[in-house]
Design a protein around this ligand. Structure first.
Ligand code: SAM
Length: 260
């Protein structure tokens, strides 16, 4: 099995069992906008931001793929003078646009799926994509299109382990099912190497849910767990007992190949 096939098959194992999915009041995989709203106050620089910023000319452009509310791209203003948010969710693009307008930066939003709709957007000095790749079975094509859109550098951030693995015990509690744990960041790196991308790899601690509003987190988990809102107090109580696990952020960066 190739690294790309391994990645795709590990992700496929995350499909929610049909008898549970059928009871879900809302889509379990939808992203909750409140969760992805960037903090109002500036937060300390992450390693990924440092790597993106050092490749950006003053007033340069950023393309944020899977931008959500813009946590990755908008944090690069300044020196970034123009930020394009690309996402498959119109709701999240609205959050991105709100944040960009508040910063007073030139911006554009592009609605589409990466890489299928990558042709709708031009190149940028730096292309960033944070916490998206675990949603992408076709990681090779995804990564190649990031590279062809970057004049200077691609910076991808992902968690060391699958971001949903930390709540697998809740699936056992509510539904008595065992969930998968893989793939992990090393599996993503193997896919990149297989297609000739040799990324720089840097690992750093990532503050987990500490900065996130508790109610938003509970609502997001309830949707993912296919539960109705009446179960929120139970989810909230279970979260109380849990130590916040240290979450590792993995920053991958490589040169872009766009010429203009
Ligand atoms: C976990 S959120 C991360 C958002 C943001 N980058 C951040 O770090 O806060 C993943 C985002 O990727 C988007 N997304 C997932 N797959 C995508 C695809 N193939 N093309 C475009 N956007 C995608 C989702 O809509 C969502 O906004």
């Amino acid at each position: 099995m190739t690294a790309a096939e391994h990645w795709a098959s590990e992700l496929a194992a995350w499909a929610i069992p049909e008898h549970i999915r059928a009871q879900a009041p809302e889509s379990p995989w939808a992203f909750t906008p409140a969760v992805y709203r960037p903090p109002k106050e500036p937060t300390p620089d992450t390693l990924s931001r440092v790597r993106a910023r050092e490749a950006l000319p003053e007033g340069g452009s950023v393309l944020d793929v899977g931008c959500g509310g813009g946590a990755a791209g908008l944090a690069l203003v300044p020196p970034a003078g123009r930020v394009t948010g690309f996402d498959q969710s119109r709701e999240l693009l609205d959050v991105f646009a709100e944040g960009a307008a508040a910063l007073g930066v030139a911006y554009e939003t592009v609605h589409g799926n990466w890489p299928e709709d990558a042709g709708r957007v031009g190149p940028a000095d730096v292309v960033v994509s944070n916490h998206v790749v675990y949603n992408i079975p076709g990681l090779a094509g995804f990564a190649l299109a990031l590279g062809t859109h970057a004049r200077s550098r691609v910076v991808v951030e992902l968690s060391g382990e699958h971001p949903r693995a930390g709540v697998n015990d809740l699936w056992r509690h509510f539904w008595e099912v065992d969930r998968p744990t893989g793939p992990n960041a090393d599996d993503a790196i193997a896919v990149l190497r297989e297609i000739g991308i040799e990324p720089q790899v840097e690992r750093s601690p990532r503050p987990a849910w500490r900065t996130m509003d508790r109610a938003a987190r509970v609502a997001s988990l309830r949707r993912y767990l296919c539960l109705p809102a009446e179960r929120d107090p139970e989810i909230d109580a279970l979260l109380d007992d849990r130590p916040s696990p240290p979450v590792e952020a993995v920053t991958l960066w490589w040169p872009g190949s766009a010429s203009s």
